[in-house]
Write a protein that binds this ligand. Structure first.
Ligand code: C2E
Ligand code: CA
Ligand code: CA
Length: 617
């Protein structure tokens, strides 16, 4: 019945216009049909049929066309070009407008639509009629005007003229693509969002970061990348199960978004999140935001009667300081996060280069050094020194720092720090006192060697303090040996030389340490009558391995003999090294072969304590 009504209308229209226009209309409709639904293979059939049959039976053509127009899932209408009255509307059209065709046909837009819609429609019609050009709108949004909800449509409206070129009909096709667009949007939303929290996912984060980098390079701004990880989240999962874990994640995500000041928050996976902060924020602001996030996540989370504490750790990398490409920035934010986790949970760390980190570490260590003396964290170890036949002649005092957190810190690490801030003067005096007091208590009057830092020669009154320590401890000056490196003589040479002379005048022996590693050990040998030369252990280590070392050791020994200065070989670890040194007439040795640096109790026998006991037992 509808068909007939529609065919009637169509014929009506064509009666006035002549038969040709019906075909034209059909062609236009099918062309529009083609354009808006290219996928449909039916297209060629339609055309083929239409052309074939037009010659044979125009009526059949019309009916055929009627059926097609009526049934295609695209709204088709035709109206009079002069007064915009609707003269054709197919089923999809009724559906589209939500108005039965009886109420539309023969009426103008004003009579059908609300005023603002009608005026828009009329305006479009007027333009198409005036220009003779089709109006094509792709994926254009129709606000809830006609059917109560917003829709997205593809539409085209075109003018059909009569034989004389006068405007006759307006034919429109409207395809409602709301569903398709919605589906696409949903798919694209799904592709870029995390299902659980609905936050942007990793791929969306990567895209946003790339975009941000591009912009930052153009306008040279800076921005921060935050890498976040929940603390103790695994426990929540383990204790309450995954469904509760999921709810916690959602709650945490909500808090992050609420507190992030509009920054881009993404969930990267598991309990990891990333945040891209706005351009040009200062480090202080980044830090305070990060700390706020840690604070809000640290508050108790209540989900479904489950109360739980999760925490948050954050690592931060800043463009361009900490990286100019996405991979580096993310890796550095992650490495800062790793450090934050290691420093205890709920921490915020900025990325630091190795240099920054070492510097910070040095400062921390230097800070701790100030308390080390008062807190009794220092200890003196003693390493035996022997003649080549193995007879022990004394010990070198070597300092140890037993750090409350780090354990033993090697002197190579903390002595330079103590030299830097002058603490070495106080520390050096302490070692000297300890070593002298210790040695003074030994039944066997062995010698004790103490290392002096160049800084002790420059600052403080070394001569007085040594003098005082000797008096205080009662150690005979002849049992004390001080080891200096050439660093002592660099700088104020004559002052150092004077001091050395005065020490020597007290009866103390002076040894030149680390011989061979400096620049001018030889020339210093001439300027001061050293009592001993200690060949650096690097040469001993390489004895037999490199011919140069062997030659150097030989040369040093030859020179020292010529100057009548006894030589101590440091770092003797093997019998082969000892045998070589003995053959070369080295005088003394020190090294693991004889004994390692140890607390003096380890060497009670050597200093005569056990012997004494036995004697009096
Ligand atoms: P140094 O004066 O050259 O001390 C000898 C270093 O060689 C010691 O390292 C000792 O443990 C190590 N050593 C001894 N025999 C062997 C061996 O056979 N093999 C190997 N591989 N190593 C051996 P330590 O105790 O780590 O001291 C390092 C440096 O720290 C010392 O080098 C010295 O320059 C400085 N130092 C240590 N205690 C003091 C101190 O009380 N005052 C000052 N100013 N410097 C000190
Ligand atoms: Ca030494
Ligand atoms: Ca040495």
């Amino acid at each position: 019945m509808m068909h007939r009504l529609f065919a009637e209308q169509l014929r009506c229209a064509t009666d006035a216009a002549g038969q040709v226009d019906l075909v034209k209309l059909g062609e236009l409709v099918s062309a529009a049909y083609e354009a808006s639904d290219r996928d449909r293979q039916r297209r060629t059939d339609v055309r083929g049929h239409t052309h074939d049959e037009v010659e044979q039976d125009l009526l059949r053509t019309r009916e055929f066309l009627d059926t097609i127009v009526e049934n295609i899932p695209i709204a088709v209408f035709a109206k009079c070009a002069k007064d915009s009255r609707y003269i054709l509307l197919n089923r999809a059209g009724e559906d589209y407008y939500g108005v039965p065709r009886e109420q539309m046909l023969g009426r103008t837009p004003e009579e059908i639509f609300p005023a603002h819609v009608a005026s828009m429609v009329n305006e479009q019609d007027r333009r198409v009629v005036a220009s003779g050009m089709p109006m094509v709108l792709e994926e254009h949004l129709l606000e809830a005007s006609v059917k109560g909800h917003d829709r997205v449509v593809n539409s085209r409206k075109m003018l059909i003229t009569d034989g004389a070129g006068e405007p006759q009909y307006l034919v429109g096709v409207i395809e409602d693509v709301t569903e398709r667009v919605n589906t696409q949007q949903r798919i694209s939303h799904l592709a870029h969002h995390d299902l659980l929290t609905d936050l942007p996912n990793r791929s969306a984060f990567n895209a946003a970061l790339d975009e941000r980098l591009e912009r930052a390079q153009e306008v040279s701004t800076s921005f921060a990348v935050l890498s976040l990880d929940l603390d103790r989240f695994k426990d929540v999962n383990d204790v309450f199960g995954h469904p509760v874990g999921d709810m916690m994640l959602r709650a945490a995500a909500e808090r992050l978004v609420a507190e992030a000041d509009g920054a881009f928050v993404a969930r990267i996976g598991g309990d990891e999140f990333m945040i891209l902060m706005a351009d040009d924020v200062r480090r202080d602001d980044v830090l305070s935001l990060a700390e706020r996030l840690v604070e809000v996540i640290g508050r108790e989370l209540e989900v479904d009667d489950y109360l739980s504490h999760v925490g948050l750790s954050i690592g931060i990398a800043v463009y361009p300081d900490d990286g100019v490409d996405a991979a580096t920035l993310v890796a550095n934010a992650d490495s800062a996060l790793y450090r934050a986790k290691r420093e205890g949970r709920g921490k915020v760390c900025f990325f630091e280069t190795t240099m920054d980190r070492e510097l910070r570490d040095r400062r921390l260590l230097q800070h701790d050094l100030r308390e080390a003396l008062e807190q009794n964290q220092f200890q003196v170890y003693f390493q035996p020194q022997a003649r080549m036949d193995g007879e022990i002649i004394g010990f070198e005092a070597l300092m140890r720092w037993n750090h409350p957190v780090r354990g033993f810190v090697p002197p190579d690490q903390f002595i330079p720090l103590a030299e830097e801030n002058g603490l070495i003067v106080e520390i050096g005096e302490w070692v000297l006192r300890e070593a002298c007091r210790e040695a003074a208590s030994w039944p066997h009057p062995l010698q004790v060697a103490v290392n002096l830092s160049p800084v002790q020669f420059q600052a403080g009154d070394l001569e007085r303090s040594i003098h005082q320590i000797l008096l205080e401890t009662g150690l005979a000056p002849t049992r004390l040996e001080v080891e200096i490196t050439e660093g002592v003589l660099i700088g104020d040479f004559s002052r150092a030389l004077n001091l050395l002379r005065r020490l020597k005048a007290l009866g103390i022996r002076i040894a030149m340490d680390d011989f061979g590693t400096g620049y001018s050990s030889l020339s210093y040998l001439q300027s001061f009558p050293f009592d001993k030369i200690k060949i650096d252990r690097s040469f001993i280590l390489n004895l037999g391995a490199t011919p140069q070392s062997t030659e150097i050791v030989r040369a040093v020994l030859g020179l020292a003999h010529a100057l009548h200065i006894p030589v101590v070989a440091e770092g003797v670890e093997t019998e082969a090294q000892r045998a070589f040194l003995e053959a070369e007439a080295c005088d003394e040795m020190q090294g693991y072969l004889i004994g390692r640096p140890e607390p003096i109790e380890h060497y009670s026998g050597l200093i005569g304590i056990n012997v004494e006991r036995r004697r009096y037992a």
